[in-house]
Design a protein around this ligand. Sequence first.
Ligand code: ACO
Length: 371
Amino acid sequence: MSSNAHITGWGMAVPEKVLTNQELEMMVDTNDEWIRSRTGIEERRIASDDETTASLATEAAINALRVAKLPPSQVDLIIVATSTPEYLFPATACLVQDRIGATTAGAFDLLAACSGFIYALNMAAETIRGGSNKNALVIGSETLSRVVDWTDRGTCILFGDGAGAFVLQASDEPGGIRSSVMRSDGSGGDLLWIPGGGSAEPATNQTVDDSHHFIRMNGREVFRFATRVMARSSEEAIKKAGMEVEDIDLIIPHQANLRIIDAAARGLKLPMERFAVNVQKYGNTSTASIPIAAVEAIEEGRINPGDNLVLVGFGAGLTWGALVATWTGPFAELKPIRMRRYRRLARVRSFLLRWARRLGAIFFGRRGDSA
Ligand code: ACO
C-alpha cells in the first residue's frame, strides 16, 4: 500500500527590517494611496547585509522541524524553491542541508518562480507516495530585494524577502496532499524575467550598465494572466481530489496582489473570508508567500487538523499550479526535540568535514589528483 504525504511541520522566517510605503515615497515617484489601492501592500521586509536566501531558508526549516519534532538526521529530501538562490550553484538546498545537519538527505533547488512552492510540495509528495522517501523538507525562500531595481516604481513596490517551510511525512493514514495541478506557458517568459546573468547574457560591464540583472515585468499582462489561472487551476485541483469548492475550508493563494486574490475569490464564488491574506505585511515574497501565509493562518487558529486546503500560485515562466491538502499537524507520538542542539552539532560537523578535506588535500592531494 502506498503512503500518503502529510504536512506535519511548518515554519517561517522574515527579516526584521520593515520597508513601508511611506519610506518608498522617498525613494521613487509613488505614494501610499496608489500602492494600497492597486496592490493591497502596506509594507514589506528587507534582508539585512548578513541575511541571505540560505540563512532565511535555514531558519524557516529549523522552525518547521521543531513543529514536526523531526530530527534533521531523519530528513530524506530537501527541496528549496527559489528565484533568488544563494549561488547559481551549489544549490541553496545543499547549504541548508549542511547548516541543519541533514546527513542522509538529498538536496536540490527548484525554479518555477512564484509557483515554485506548489511544484516543490508536489515533487516531494510524489517521492513519499512512491516509497523512496519518508520525510521531506520543502522550503520557499527569497531575497528579492537583491534583484529589484530600486529606481523602477513599477516593480520595486511589489516585492519583499522571507522564507517558509513545510515538513512532509509518510503515513498510511488518509489525508495529506490529495491532488495537484502544474502548468506552464513559456511563450510568456519575457513578461516577467531577469535578462542577465544566465547563459544567454552572462554578466559583463554592459549587462550591469543596462540593468539586465534586475527584475523586468509587464505588470498589466502578468495581472491579466494571473486573474485567468488562479480560479481555474484551483477548480481543477479540487475536482482531481474528488471534492467540491464547498468542501474547501481555506484557500492559501500566492500573495502578489490583493486584487488578484479578489478576482480568484469571485471566480470561485467564495467570500474573501475563505482566503488567507497577508500581502499587506510582506508584499510578494515569491516562493515564500504561500508557506508564510499558511504559518500565519495556523497561528491565528484558521487551520485545524482535518481541514481541506487549496494552495494556489502563479509566476514567471509563465507557471501556475494548485494543490489540495487535508491538514494533519505533527504526528502525536513524537517527543519534542531541541533544535538548538542539532544546529550546534551541524556546525561542528561541517567545520570538521571542511578541515578533514583540507588536511586530505595537504597529505594526499597529489595522489588523489586525477590530472
Ligand atoms: N506609483 C505610482 N504610479 C505608478 C506606479 C507606482 N508605484 N507604478 C506604475 N504607476 C503608474 C503607471 O506609470 C501608469 O501611469 P500612466 O497611466 O500615466 O501610464 C499607471 O500607474 C497605471 O499603471 P498600470 O501598470 O496600468 O497599473 P496597474 O493597475 O496594472 O497596477 C501592478 C500595476 C500593481 C504592477 C499590477 O499590474 C500587478 O499587480 N500586476 C501583477 C504583478 C505580479 O503579480 N507580479 C508578480 C508575479 S509572481 C512572480 O513570479 C515573481
